[in-house]
Design a protein around this ligand. Structure first.
Ligand SMILES: [Cu+2]
Length: 91
């Protein structure tokens, strides 16, 4: 459904929000939690083959260095949509 998926990171530099690719992947601290979300680290689907419709589900395979491949389903939402109920976004 997309040409590729890239890991990206957002950061604030001199008051400007910048996005940088993370070609080395995302580091998962042992026993820790990593959040993928707007304004932070995220996965970007590059070159989608068609428009995604809010509410549809998109399969995505995550490749872990040690745990192997895990396929998850992403629910398409409009930009600025709130996180699904029950999801905790603490800092
Ligand atoms: Cu991005």
């Amino acid at each position: 459904m997309a040409g590729s998926v890239e890991a990206h990171e957002m950061s604030m530099t001199d008051g400007v929000m910048r996005m940088r690719p993370m070609p080395e992947g995302i580091q998962l601290p042992p026993g820790g939690t990593v959040w993928l979300r707007p304004g932070g680290m995220h996965l970007m689907l590059v070159g989608p083959t068609r428009a995604f419709v809010p509410g549809e589900r998109v399969p995505l395979t995550l490749r872990f260095e040690r745990a192997g491949a895990v396929t998850v389903e992403l629910e398409v939402a409009t930009a600025g949509a709130r996180a699904p109920a029950g999801e905790h976004h603490g800092d």
